[in-house]
Design a binder for this molecule. Structure first.
Ligand SMILES: [Zn+2]
Length: 282
């Protein structure tokens, strides 16, 4: 079951890399054009809760965290999606040039390729977990150097306009995969928000990667969480919750019971793959 889920849901980042590594001629088939459209289609942009908004594409998350001193953007996604994010920010009534800080979940192209362009358009400070820096330095869309203004360590905090986010190193998917926490107020209540990093294992798991994941699962399970968000909307049922939000009632994004869903799924996938690898060696 976990293995089937893995095949169906996990390989997004990696398959996107493989697709983009192909020459343009090989990519121009109808199938690939269709897939590219899905990745670039607009979110839709929406308020999640309090000062947190969704400004990503249909499948790739990008979050806007609004503060009185300017805004924080989490995940630029692919460079070609930056205009989509820019428009979503404007459609929600905010100025893209008010983005002061650019954060991210992890150093894969579908989440951070657009960083250099966002920096160019906004002048935002780009911050990255130390362990992801080598992968980011190798990410050069159109030959542009990947901007990094501040290198973060595990449990570092980022503060703007009275809003604080804490960076937790939850490695495995990438070396510096970062899960972020913050608190948000709405209706007189305070909620813990977890911007989870992907916990999906890569195709081949080395003992070092397995160790990283074990650490990540332990860290994530200890984090306070009332609202779980993730670097792909599918990790937290974004489209279903957004539809529910439209019909009124309690905010569907507040769902502590499903906060550890990504960790549970990731761990099941990891164990299934490790068992498969061990069986293949015999
Ligand atoms: Zn990834």
């Amino acid at each position: 079951m976990a293995r089937a889920l893995y095949r169906r849901r996990s390989a997004r980042c990696d398959s996107e890399f493989r697709r983009r590594a192909k020459p343009a001629a090989a990519r121009s088939s109808g199938h690939h054009r269709q897939r590219a459209d899905v990745y670039a289609a607009v979110g839709p942009p929406h308020k999640i809760i309090g000062n947190i908004y969704y400004v990503g594409t249909k499948t790739l998350s990008s979050f806007l965290i609004v503060t009185p001193a300017g805004n924080i953007l989490m995940d630029s996604t692919y460079e070609r999606n930056v205009p989509v994010i820019q428009k979503s920010v404007a459609d929600l009534g905010f100025k893209f040039t008010d983005v002061k800080i650019l954060l991210a979940n992890h150093a894969h192209g579908d989440h951070q390729e657009g960083d250099a362009l966002v920096k160019q358009l906004t002048g935002a400070q780009v911050m990255a977990m130390a362990e992801d820096v080598p992968a980011l330095q190798a990410m050069k869309p159109g030959g542009k150097e990947h901007p990094i203004d501040r290198i973060l360590q595990d449990k570092d905090t980022v503060t703007l306009g009275g809003v604080t986010l804490t960076a937790y190193l939850t490695p495995g998917h990438t070396r510096g995969c970062t899960s972020w926490t913050t608190v948000v107020q709405e209706g007189g209540k305070t909620y813990n928000v977890l911007f989870g990093c992907s916990l999906r294992p890569p195709g081949v798991i080395t003992p070092a990667i397995a160790d990283e994941f074990r650490r990540a699962f332990k860290v994530v399970r200890a984090l306070p969480c009332d609202i779980q968000l993730g670097d792909h909307g599918a990790q937290y049922g974004m489209h279903a919750k957004h539809a529910k939000l439209q019909s009124g009632g309690p905010n569907p994004f507040v769902e502590p019971a499903t906060c550890m869903q990504e960790a549970d799924l990731g761990e099941a996938m990891l164990n299934a793959q490790l068992a498969e690898q061990a069986a293949a060696r015999q």
